[in-house]
Design a protein around this ligand. Structure first.
Ligand code: TTP
Ligand code: MG
Length: 346
């Protein structure tokens, strides 16, 4: 059986743990309500007012003038996320993380799946104080839809053979991969539920959406989804680079760029459960020549700030060896090792 785990109101739950005064007040983690900010997430108290992810912060404030806004702190969420997935990986052999707060778990046979899922919930809560919801089913689609049925803290198990019946009454918008345009076309034909999508014949299906995707979505609406759990891809290195519209010689500007890239790489590392020992900074000069400088640590890191500082000092070394304006900078990490254990969380 496959489990889908999704943390409850993740960013907001972390902010509540970090600052207990925020508990029991409507809380939005997001951008400036007096500017063009958007809601990243809202706690359940704020959701009572209809506040949702991706809504403008200004709209959230209109819906609930008492709502408390806090700005997102991604590095804090990454630390919590890592602690969560460390626990999950210590209990479940096959884990495929699909986002900062969600992923699929291989729960083995049906008989033990519910117990294992419940034990994961208890362990996650015990070690991080965060709650999560888990859906269990014979496929990714069923597990993912099930994890969203009883939030927060829910555990929804769809026994084998019950997939189609579980899906049939649900709204088509709950099917992952079904975009808003396809939804509109389906609704125009009176198809509102996964059950009626599942029953479409090939001709009707073609009229809504030509090609393979339509059949794939209909299969999924029937509970047919052969995708298995995929362990993280084993890349030997990951890197990112940026070509500037104009050559840049300002060291602070270059450092800012490198720190931003280090954030991205740290995110990748964290989400694939790895840390890196080697960091490389690459530069391209006005004459297109390329230099790179690397350093290798004794122990791996996936810390954005650390990677950023290393990338910047490597840039400084390259520019000391050969000064000049740059057309491009890049940062890469390699020499991976699995996570170190985290010990700063309560
Ligand atoms: P979700 O799991 O979609 O949302 P959630 O965990 O806040 O709430 P739920 O209990 O319904 O699962 O997303 C996880 C985090 O990703 C969320 O806490 C904030 C972030 N996020 C955004 O920044 N923007 C978005 O539009 C969404 C959907 C999420
Ligand atoms: Mg979530």
């Amino acid at each position: 059986m496959i489990g889908h785990l999704d943390l409850d109101a993740f960013f907001a739950a972390v902010e509540e743990l970090e600052n207990p005064e925020l508990r029991r007040v409507p809380l939005v983690v997001g951008g400036d309500p007096h500017g063009r900010g958007v809601v990243a997430t809202a706690n359940y108290e704020a959701r009572k007012f209809g506040i949702r992810s991706a809504m403008s912060s200004a709209e959230a404030l209109r819906r609930c003038p008492e709502v408390v806004f806090v700005r997102p702190r991604h590095s804090v969420y990454r630390e919590y996320s890592r602690a969560v997935w460390d626990v999950v990986r210590s209990m479940v052999a096959g884990v495929e993380r699909t986002g900062i707060d969600e992923g699929y778990l291989d729960l083995g046979g049906f008989s033990g799946a519910r117990r294992l899922a419940a034990a994961v919930q208890t362990a996650v809560r015990g070690s991080t104080s965060l709650t999560c919801s888990i859906g269990v089913g014979s496929s990714k689609t069923v597990a993912k839809i099930a994890s969203d049925r009883r939030k927060p803290g829910g555990l929804t198990v769809v026994p084998p053979g019950r997939e189609a019946a579980f899906l049939a009454p649900l709204d088509i918008r709950l099917l992952p991969g079904l975009g808003p345009r396809t939804q509109e076309r389906l609704r125009a034909l009176g198809i509102e539920t996964l059950g009626s999508l599942a029953e479409l014949d090939d001709d009707q299906l073609r009229s809504v959406l030509p090609g393979k995707v339509a059949r794939l979505l209909r299969d999924r609406a029937q509970g047919v989804d052969p995708r298995g759990i995929e362990p993280p891809a084993e890349a030997v290195s990951i890197s990112t680079e940026e070509t500037f519209p104009r050559d840049v010689s300002d060291r602070e500007a270059l450092h800012d760029e490198l720190r931003r890239m280090a954030e991205q790489l740290a995110e990748h590392l964290t989400s694939s459960g790895r840390s890196a020992r080697t960091i490389t900074t690459k530069v391209r000069y006005q004459d297109f020549s390329i230099r790179s400088r690397s350093t290798t640590l004794v122990a791996g890191t996936d810390d954005a700030a650390r990677l950023g500082e290393l990338a910047c000092s490597l840039l400084d070394r390259a520019l000391q060896d050969r000064p000049g304006s740059l057309r491009l900078v890049g940062v890469g990490v390699s020499n991976f090792e699995p996570f170190r254990q985290l010990s700063v969380l309560p």
